[in-house]
Design a protein. Structure first.
Length: 380
């Protein structure tokens, strides 16, 4: 079967959506004739059948997607399914599918369904109602899709996949020592530094108390300002630096910026506990939390807030701990307890690792997509 993916979010851009769509493309490429049309990137790799416009910008991307998508569909009748990487590209996916009589499916992630713009809701989201299938990354995201009146029976939940073995490699103790963290209890955050992630609020409301009770606690922050994001424009990284300085936490916090995949895997391994203190924010939402799966693959549990689609990523009390975002003291208490109780923390981490291997490996996730695509083409 031929498959065409049209997506704004794709490497070398960084983020959970980019990782998801790249993993989906790599998995489908093994058994299918796959083409990807994506956005401009000055340092993109030269992967075969990945097409990009020659100039940046959303308008250039949309026009190029229609142009290149039409050429590919005309030249390759074996392409039977057009996949949109997010709700942003729903109009392009629907139009191409309608013109060339192919099947359409759009992935939705959370933020792309709640972005606070009336024009966006009128001229982009409305097209989801006409697509053959909508794939949500969590039950919460599926509820958002149904709320905007996606057609009954068209919404399916398929979580993100993960190459879990790339995070499960053991790291020698010298790695921790080399980073000056020997003897420390290391908390880790990974992700775009967007407002909804709640890192600054976590430092103010929870981490200061954690340090008082566990003086060896240390917080590593991996990520940077999402400079290529269409939705996030605030410089949260600078805000976090001001909070760290203002609370005299310089000896307990380190901001690492973006890391390579190998560096990130090592950081997961030297950490003791992952935190995702996401907030309930208007016009933004945490649709799933892929970093929770990455930490789990490394055998590290996560303490996170019960926001958006995060509960799909954590089995509360077994692979991690969920707390309400309005209860920072409970987050502090949960983290302190796990930092002090190695046996309980390691048990959660082991369960989390087994769970991610069984339920979220890319092989099983790709099979679910293939079954969906097969049912779509056979029912036409």
């Amino acid at each position: 079967m031929g498959i065409l993916i049209i997506t704004w979010n794709f490497p070398p851009r960084r983020g959970g959506m980019e990782n998801l769509i790249a993993g989906l493309a790599d998995g489908l490429r093994k058994n299918h004739c796959l083409f990807v049309v994506t956005s401009f990137a000055s340092r993109a790799n030269g992967k075969e059948a990945v097409f990009r416009p020659r100039c940046p910008g959303l308008l250039a991307f949309f026009l190029y997607s229609l142009y290149r998508g039409s050429i590919l569909l005309a030249r390759h009748p074996e392409i039977r399914v057009i996949v949109g990487g997010s709700a942003l590209v729903a109009p392009v996916v629907f139009l191409l599918a309608k013109l060339f009589r192919r099947r359409s499916v759009v992935l939705v992630h959370g933020l792309d369904l709640v972005y606070p713009s009336m024009l966006y809701h009128l001229f982009w989201l409305r097209w989801l109602r006409h697509c053959d299938r909508v794939v949500a990354n969590s039950l919460y995201t599926a509820s958002l899709a149904e709320r905007i009146k996606a057609r009954k029976g068209t919404v399916h939940v398929i979580p993100p996949g993960i190459y879990w073995d790339s995070f499960a490699l053991p790291v020698e103790r010298e790695e921790k020592k080399a980073m000056g963290l020997d003897g420390r209890k290391v908390l880790l955050f990974v992700g775009r530094l967007a407002r909804r992630k709640g890192v600054g609020e976590f430092l103010q409301r929870s981490f200061a108390r954690i340090v008082r009770e566990v003086p060896e606690a240390y917080f590593l922050i991996v990520g940077e300002h999402p400079s290529h994001s269409l939705a996030h424009h605030e410089d949260i990284a600078s805000e976090i630096r001001r909070v760290v300085w203002g609370m005299a936490l310089e000896s307990h916090v380190r901001m690492l910026g973006w890391l390579t995949d190998i560096e990130l895997a090592k950081v997961y391994q030297i950490s003791d506990l992952m935190v995702l203190p996401a907030l309930s924010t208007k016009g933004d939402v945490e649709g799933f939390g892929i970093v929770i799966l990455e930490a789990a693959a490394a055998g590290r549990p996560t303490v996170a807030t019960r926001v958006g689609g995060i509960p799909d990523a954590i089995e509360d009390g077994r692979s991690g701990i969920l707390v309400d975002p309005e209860e920072p003291d409970r987050m502090s208490e949960a983290i302190v307890r796990l930092l002090r109780d190695d046996q309980a923390r390691l048990a959660l981490g082991q369960y989390a690792q087994n769970r991610v291997r069984e339920q979220f490996g890319w092989d099983s996730i790709i099979r679910r997509y293939e079954e969906l695509f097969k049912s779509m083409t056979e029912s036409k």
